[in-house]
Ligand binder design. Structure first.
Ligand code: UT7
Length: 325
């Protein structure tokens, strides 16, 4: 038995913010952003739109594709660092929106690796035989955590949501393995200092801009390339495959240069790697399920194909999965 992806869905907000729009907000240029990151534009949630709204639409689309009703979902697990509230879990709001009465729901906080952490958790749940169907979601409204006066970070991120529906099936197809890692020693290279228990909301904290995402980009870059390469090899080796066996590499989309450096180290060709960072920027936990949905609808994922996915993010957290489509 395997946990097989039987449905995919995604949602991107309508509003497009281009690099030219950013040139009017901070001291940057289209040329700098494209050269250093590959990003051309990103989506920004409408004022009345938040993470649960986008996640609900992506999840409903995955359910529609699979022809599965809300009452038949056992688990909803969502990777997000920009939930609607500090608590409770945004996955519970999605559960209510969908009317998935039987399902239990929780969020996973693993930043850009959130979707793969959520997928691993849902896969273990299904493989243990406790339930048959799990919605795995990655959804973020990073535009509300980004400091729009900080050119080092505000040009990189965007909003969006993606989802896959996993179903227990007697099949060779499905999730083959998941590999997760963390190293809390790197906390301050990529994090949001306020307003959790360490620095609760305060007037001083607002003045110090503590509620915004902070990143030391070039330090993160180096560790990201190394970790993505290592964890991708780990997934291939664990299943007795090499890069040549991979149909599509669908990595977390943070920066085109990170993706190119990683695919080169893995010996993958351009045709083997899926890239959409130019359209949406870094949507953190949402990049991989959005990319899976796009790749599927572009006809790039066919039964029997081998899909490798890997992510790296704040924590630090990183992980990979190998999936037989
Ligand atoms: O999602 C997982 C976690 N995140 C990532 O994986 C992101 C990892 N990091 C990166 O993608 C890259 O490090 C960045 C895109 C963030 C930055 O690229 P970089 O080549 O590492 O540039 P840098 O940080 O070393 O900065 C180079 C210069 C600096 O100027 P000086 O000090 O050399 O004069 C920056 O101030 O570029 C400057 N700079 C900018 N200039 C124009 C930084 N941001 C901008 C900007 N526009 N938006």
């Amino acid at each position: 038995m395997k946990a097989r992806i039987v449905g995919t869905g995604s949602y991107l907000p309508k509003k497009i913010m281009t690099n030219q729009d950013l040139e009017k907000m901070v001291d940057t240029s289209h040329e700098w952003i494209v050269t250093r990151t590959g990003i051309e534009e990103r989506r920004i949630a409408a004022e009345d739109e938040c993470t649960s709204d986008m996640a609900t639409i992506a999840a409903q689309r995955a359910m529609d594709m699979a022809g599965v009703a809300a009452e038949d979902i056992d688990l909803i697990v969502m990777g997000t660092i920009t939930g609607d509230y500090p608590w409770p879990a945004t996955a519970c709001i999605v559960q209510a929106n969908l009317g998935a009465k039987k399902a239990f729901a929780y969020d996973v906080s693993a930043a850009c690796s959130g979707f793969l952490y959520a997928l691993s958790s849902a896969n273990d749940y299904i493989m243990s035989g406790r339930g048959k169907r799990a919605l795995v979601i990655g959804a973020e409204t990073l535009s509300r955590s980004v400091d729009w006066t900080d050119r080092n970070t505000c040009v990189l991120f965007g909003d969006g949501a993606g989802a896959v529906l996993l179903e227990a099936q007697e099949s060779e197809s499905g999730v083959l393995s998941c590999h997760l890692h963390s190293d809390g020693n790197y906390l301050e290279l990529l994090y949001q200092p306020g307003f959790g228990a360490k620095h609760p909301a305060s007037v001083e904290g607002i003045g110090a801009r503590l509620s915004y995402l902070k990143m030391q980009g070039n330090e993160v870059f180096k560790v990201a390339v190394r970790s993505l390469t290592q964890v991708s090899k780990e997934a291939l080796t664990a299943n007795g495959y090499t890069s040549a066996d991979v149909t599509q590499f669908i990595p977390h989309q943070a920066n085109l240069r990170i993706l190119e450096a990683t695919t080169k180290r893995l010996g993958l060709t351009k045709e083997q790697s899926f890239i959409n960072v130019h359209k949406y920027g870094n949507t953190s936990g949402a990049t991989i399920p959005i990319a899976i949905d796009e790749a599927y609808h572009q006809g790039l994922l066919k039964e029997g194909d081998l899909i490798l996915s890997a992510a790296f993010g704040g924590g630090f957290t990183w992980g990979s999965t190998l999936i037989r489509w």
